[in-house]
Every structure is written in structure tokens, then in C-alpha cells.
Ligand binder design. Structure first.
Ligand SMILES: [Zn+2]
Ligand SMILES: [Zn+2]
Length: 161
């Protein structure tokens, strides 16, 4: 293999002293192509990419990559863990309560810890992780359609009786 210095995933792994394997590279590619993907989604992409791979191998790769700060693992409450390759900043996330769609929100002040605690209790605070919760545009539209739809059904029922 050519030992070129570059910015590809293989170089990123080498720089962190992580052994480069086809599976880890495939997991890196999958995480890059599907930001905030769940382990299940990543597994599907990896399988489409390099063929048969065990779920355990994908989970192991995700764990090692996250441990070495090559990918970031986010775990919104009541939601499966999601992975992304945007690791070099202090961005936050907005998550849809209905479908789980997760989108990046840039750090409000541009650096950690982003929020100042009203009382730090003597801690030196170096990070604040913010999750904004809400309803994504698609789910808002779906809710409106459902609203109209049930109204129509109600009218139909009324006519029938
Ligand atoms: Zn949604
Ligand atoms: Zn993100």
C-alpha cells in the first residue's frame, strides 16, 4: 500500500494509531455518507459496501472509532445512538421527537462550553451538550395532513350514518 500522507480515512486512522482494516474504513465511509446514522443504518451501508460483515464487527468498529475521536457518538434521550464524522467542533443537534431526524446546529458562541452554567458548583466546565427537541418540517406536514384526513373521515362517517 502506498504510504502517502493525505487526509483520507486511512490516514486519519493511522494518525491516531488505529489499525487500518477494510471494515473500519467501510464504517468510516458509511458514517461520512450518512451523518447521524444509527448503528443499524451504518451496518446496512457497510454491508452494501463490502459485503458480509457481522453486526458485532460494525459495533466494534464504531466503538473504536468513537473512542479515538475519529467519529462522534451522540445519544439523544430515548433514541438510539447516532454517529457522525463531524468531530472537530462544538456543534449541537436538533432532534425531531416524531421521526428522530437529527440535524446539526452550530455552536451558539463558537467554542466550548457554549453555555454558561448559572452555578458551576466549583466544577471547571469544559463542555455543554445541547439537544434541541421539536418536530421536523416533514412531520409538521404529516401532522397537518393527518389533521385534515381525520376531519374528512369524520365527515364521511357522518354522511354514512
Ligand atoms: Zn420528523
Ligand atoms: Zn452533528
Amino acid at each position: 500500500m502506498l504510504d502517502e500522507v493525505g487526509s483520507g480515512p486511512a490516514d486519519a486512522l493511522r494518525r491516531r494509531g488505529v489499525q487500518v482494516t477494510a471494515q473500519r474504513l467501510a464504517v468510516m465511509r458509511a458514517v461520512s455518507s450518512r451523518p447521524h446514522g444509527t448503528a443499524d443504518e451504518i451496518e446496512e451501508l457497510v454491508r452494501a459496501d463490502i459485503g458480509a460483515v457481522s453486526r458485532q464487527a460494525v459495533y466494534d468498529a464504531l466503538g473504536i472509532l468513537a473512542e479515538n475521536n475519529l467519529i462522534r457518538r451522540i445519544q439523544p434521550a430515548r433514541s438510539p445512538a447516532r454517529y457522525e464524522d463531524r468531530v472537530d467542533d462544538n456543534h449541537h443537534h436538533v432532534v425531531c421527537r416524531t421521526c428522530g431526524r437529527t440535524v446539526d446546529v452550530d455552536c451558539a458562541v463558537g467554542h466550548r462550553p457554549c453555555l454558561k452554567a448559572a452555578d458551576d458548583h466549583g466544577f471547571i466546565i469544559d463542555e455543554a451538550e445541547v439537544v434541541y427537541w421539536g418536530s421536523c418540517p416533514a412531520c409538521q406536514r404529516a401532522a397537518r395532513r393527518r389533521g385534515n384526513g381525520s376531519a374528512r373521515t369524520e365527515n364521511m362517517n357522518r354522511k354514512r350514518t
